[in-house]
Write a protein that binds this ligand. Structure first.
Ligand SMILES: NC(=O)c1ccc[n+]([C@@H]2O[C@H](COP(=O)([O-])OP(=O)(O)OC[C@H]3O[C@@H](n4cnc5c(N)ncnc54)[C@H](O)[C@@H]3O)[C@@H](O)[C@H]2O)c1
Length: 404
């Protein structure tokens, strides 16, 4: 949300201004306002804010489980809405959002999936459209969060299933959206398996606590973490929960076999305790194998969303019968957070005529559906079909026709 606030205050100030903030945590809200350098009315009640401010656009950036409620309330008030990813966290919320969208089809609603805006992803999309490897048949997508970034999810609300439904939604929905975008399709069937190996009840020592700032082991624990108390100026929540809490109930490693409506089969995996950060995507086409690497390295002990991380990006094509891979340059458009992805996403989002590449509400639903199916498959040990009614309401069906 700080990235949104900063862009709205600068690049888009001619057409937009932040009219108000709403957050159930008044202390955090004050901290956010100070950090973002904005002085606006602040509310802890959504309806009151809408009644008094009459906003033209709502940006939803709460903990994931609450997105659906605010999206639906915005749609029913005919207010344009942009939601952070994941759009929501389970199939029930997908249905409720799609119902609200059907009641209010004219209301502008998008999901801020910035990962498809990464320079590597945009370059690969262009290459696929140009037919550089022909039709894609299968793919591998390997996502790794380094130990610094990975750990950050286990210190916060994200590590409790009731708030996030796991990294399958919170993190991987970005990648599922990117796969849908690159493959020009959507998942119809998911088989997944996952475990918690590096955090929670897996501590390499005998102690655990509640929060670092109040922990009796703070002087000896190698994972002591000092959070930003200026931003989290809160009396009810601190993002320094113990990463060794047995209450952590999400996976830090999972893999999923995903079948797409257009027949493409994808192997996806996520590891949240790796030695480097980033992703490797391999697309097997009819006439070549494209390998896209987007990694980041940092010696800082903070989040790799930092623009100070050192990027390693390359795109290569391998062709059967040729010992020489072909290198393709990655096209960069803007600088800033997420490898310039926020810059280009915001350009599309806040332009007068938003382009079709903007991830819609339905795109958000399709990404969530893949993640929710992965969670269900891990829990049941069974293959999960994306529910037909959700596909239909999102304007899709199980088998895509050539006309699509
Ligand atoms: N697109 C991206 O790359 C990206 C990056 C970071 C975070 N995010 C998304 O942004 C959202 C916020 O993440 P964060 O890391 O900033 O979390 P955060 O904990 O810093 O902020 C969440 C805020 O929501 C507030 N909140 C909690 N419950 C609420 C409720 N019921 N009503 C209103 N407000 C409520 C909290 O008080 C807090 O201020 C998440 O959905 C996350 O997935 C997206």
């Amino acid at each position: 949300m700080l990235a949104f606030a900063s862009a709205l205050k600068t690049r888009f100030a001619a057409n937009y201004s932040i009219a108000a903030l709403m957050d159930t945590d008044a202390g955090k809200m004050r901290g956010f306002a100070r950090k973002a350098g904005i002085t606006v009315p602040m509310y802890t009640d959504f309806d009151r804010m809408c009644d008094e401010i009459s906003p033209d656009l709502i940006l939803v950036g709460t903990a994931d489980v609450f997105h659906a409620d605010y999206i639906i309330r915005a749609l029913d008030r005919k207010i344009a809405v942009v939601s952070e990813k994941p759009l929501c966290i389970n199939f029930e919320q997908c249905r409720a959002i799609l119902d609200a969208k059907q009641r209010n089809p004219e209301v502008f609603a998008v999901t801020s999936h910035n990962s498809r805006y990464r320079p590597v992803a945009r370059t690969v999309k262009k290459m696929l459209e140009q037919g550089v490897i022909g039709r894609v048949i299968s793919a591998e997508y390997r996502e790794t969060l380094d130990r610094v970034h990975g750990k950050s999810y286990f210190r916060r609300w994200n590590s409790r299933r009731k708030f996030s439904n796991g990294l399958e939604l919170h993190k991987s929905s970005h990648h599922f959206d990117k796969l849908n975008y690159l493959l020009n399709s959507y998942a119809v069937e998911v088989t997944a398996s996952g475990v918690l190996l590096n955090y929670g009840a897996n501590a390499p020592h005998s102690y655990e606590g509640k929060n670092c700032h109040s922990c009796q082991h703070r002087d000896v624990c190698p994972d002591f973490f000092q959070f930003d108390a200026e931003l989290f100026n809160s009396e009810i929540y601190a993002p320094d929960q113990c990463i060794w809490s047995p209450e952590i109930d999400i996976e830090d490693n999972f893999s999923a076999g995903i079948r797409f409506a257009n027949g493409v089969y994808v192997n996806y995996s996520l590891c949240a305790a790796a030695d480097y950060e980033g992703e490797v995507i391999q697309l097997q086409g009819e006439s070549g194998r494209l390998e896209a690497v987007q990694l980041a390295f940092s010696n800082r002990q903070d989040d790799l969303h930092s623009i100070q991380a050192v990027p390693l990006e390359n795109i290569r094509i391998y062709r059967c019968g040729s010992a020489q891979p072909e290198d393709f340059p990655v096209e960069h458009v803007g600088l800033g957070f997420h490898g310039g992805a926020d810059y280009t996403l915001f350009t599309d989002l806040f332009s007068e005529n938003p382009p079709p590449s903007l991830p819609t509400l339905e795109d958000g639903i399709l990404a969530v559906s893949t993640g929710a199916a992965a969670v269900q498959s891990i829990r049941t040990g069974k293959k999960v079909l994306i529910p037909e009614d959700i596909l239909r309401m999102a304007g899709k069906h199980r088998f895509r026709t050539d006309a699509e």
